[in-house]
Design a binder for this molecule. Structure first.
Ligand SMILES: [Zn+2]
Length: 77
């Protein structure tokens, strides 16, 4: 086993960022690299990275009902 296995892989672009664990953000157990975070708002709905991330989020949140508390917070604003 090498240290490579400790590096995160982005849920959107499926790549490992150069800066490793600190080169992105963790979102409910998913890692999104800083490059994707930066370009997130540029993506369209047909972008492959958007679809990949969307599916990953759906899978994560479907098995974790706790995400609903964030909806409640958003609904109160
Ligand atoms: Zn990425």
């Amino acid at each position: 086993m090498t240290t490579r296995s400790l590096l995160p892989r982005c849920a959107a672009c499926q790549e490992t960022p150069e800066g490793g664990l600190h080169d992105g953000l963790w979102l409910k157990g998913l890692f999104i690299c800083s490059r994707c975070c930066h370009h997130l708002t540029d993506w369209s709905n047909d972008e492959n990275k958007y679809k990949t991330l969307h599916e990953a989020l759906k899978r994560t949140w479907a098995s974790n009902p706790a995400w609903r508390k964030y909806l409640a917070i958003a609904g109160n604003t």
